[in-house]
Design a binder for this molecule. Structure first.
Ligand SMILES: Cc1ncc(COP(=O)(O)O)c(C=O)c1O
Length: 337
């Protein structure tokens, strides 16, 4: 695909073709295109709060949100962390619903020693240049389901049947639509979200460095957490199998307030340390203008953790040649808050 957002859009389009519309469980700490893909495909997003250790869906709250209309749990792995848990896998099996994984921010992360993106029926990756590897712009959907794969091939390219890899599928269409030119049979209302050979070439060369760079990134993040003041910052992230491209900063609940936050931001700015507040997608998607027609009000009591991350969560860049001395310097600066 030409982006991770296109991967989001098409994975939900393929789900709708196979399963029809219904509800999709999503976390509010998310990139906007994940929620857009749900809405644009006629699904209803059902928001469930996050937990602070994985920054993914709170597994204890998911089951309550599952109804007869639920078609999928669409998880997002945030900032290199793994958002999967045994309970989520169990729920997917128990209710016979799909699991879709957004791995755009966590290329190479692992759950139970297996790469994330291999658990869902579809998983989305982005190669935007801020991520672990880049094709400048680009994305991929992974699936091991052959029918989904063929639908996605067509959806990606104007819905054209000639884009399917299966001769059987092509023959079936030809038989059914004898009056049509075989080169111009359009299967579904679709898109053109193809990538190019140039982008693919960049990606192939970057793949070679992904593992090595991820190892360094993981070490950087552990070192960062180790040197943060535990009274001021939350450091109990589940970093097992994580590959963070961002150094995550989250104030402690007992310490956080808007005055402290202002001081932290002032310190970061003064020292030319670029940061993003709200973490992925700027924080709580439920607060965004595009949600006003869909969910004008939300009960803040049900979204305590995302509200906290929205107000007091940050990330700053973590890259393979970031020196240990610099990480230590950053810690010293923000510990002085
Ligand atoms: C979790 C997540 N999903 C999807 C996307 C969209 O990817 P892209 O920028 O390639 O469209 C992003 C951001 O870039 C993201 O962080």
């Amino acid at each position: 695909m030409n982006s991770g957002s296109s991967a989001n859009l098409l994975s939900l389009a393929a789900l709708r073709i196979k399963k029809g519309v219904g509800e999709i469980i999503v976390p509010p700490l998310n990139w906007s295109s994940n929620i857009f893909s749900v809405i644009h495909n006629g699904f209803k997003p059902k928001f469930v709060d996050i937990n602070l250790t994985t920054l993914g869906l709170d597994e204890e709250k998911i089951e309550k949100a599952i109804t007869k209309k639920t078609k999928a749990i669409f998880i997002t792995h945030i900032l290199g962390l793994n958002a999967l848990s045994p309970k989520i896998i169990k729920l997917v099996k128990k209710y016979k619903i799909e699991l879709i994984e957004d791995c755009c921010e966590s290329h190479g992360a692992k759950f139970k020693n297996k790469k994330i993106g291999t658990f869902g029926s579809q998983s989305n990756f982005s190669f935007y240049y801020a991520h672990h590897m880049s094709t400048i712009e680009g994305g991929i959907i992974c699936t091991s389901n052959f029918e989904t794969y063929e639908i996605l091939r067509m959806l990606r390219s104007h819905g054209m049947v000639r884009e399917a890899s299966s001769n059987k599928i092509k023959k079936n269409y030809l038989k059914k639509y004898r009056d049509l030119n075989r080169d111009f049979i359009f299967s579904y209302p679709s898109y053109n979200v193809r990538s190019t050979e140039l982008n693919a070439n960049l990606g192939i060369s970057q793949l070679k460095r992904l593992k090595k760079n991820n190892l360094i990134r993981s070490k950087n993040f552990s070192y960062f957490l180790k040197n943060l003041n535990k009274d001021k910052f939350f450091v109990n992230f589940d970093i097992h199998g994580s590959v963070n491209y961002g150094l995550i900063i989250l104030l402690n609940k007992s310490y956080a307030n808007h005055k402290i936050r202002a001081r932290l931001e002032k310190l970061l700015k003064k020292n030319n340390i670029e940061f993003r507040r709200g973490m992925s997608g700027g924080g709580n998607q439920l607060r965004q203008p595009y949600m006003k027609n869909i969910m004008p009000n939300f009960n803040k009591n049900n979204f305590e953790n995302i509200e906290f991350v929205h107000k007091y969560g940050y990330y700053i860049g973590n890259y393979p040649n970031l020196k240990k001395s610099k990480i230590l310097k950053i810690c010293k600066i923000i510990n002085d808050i």
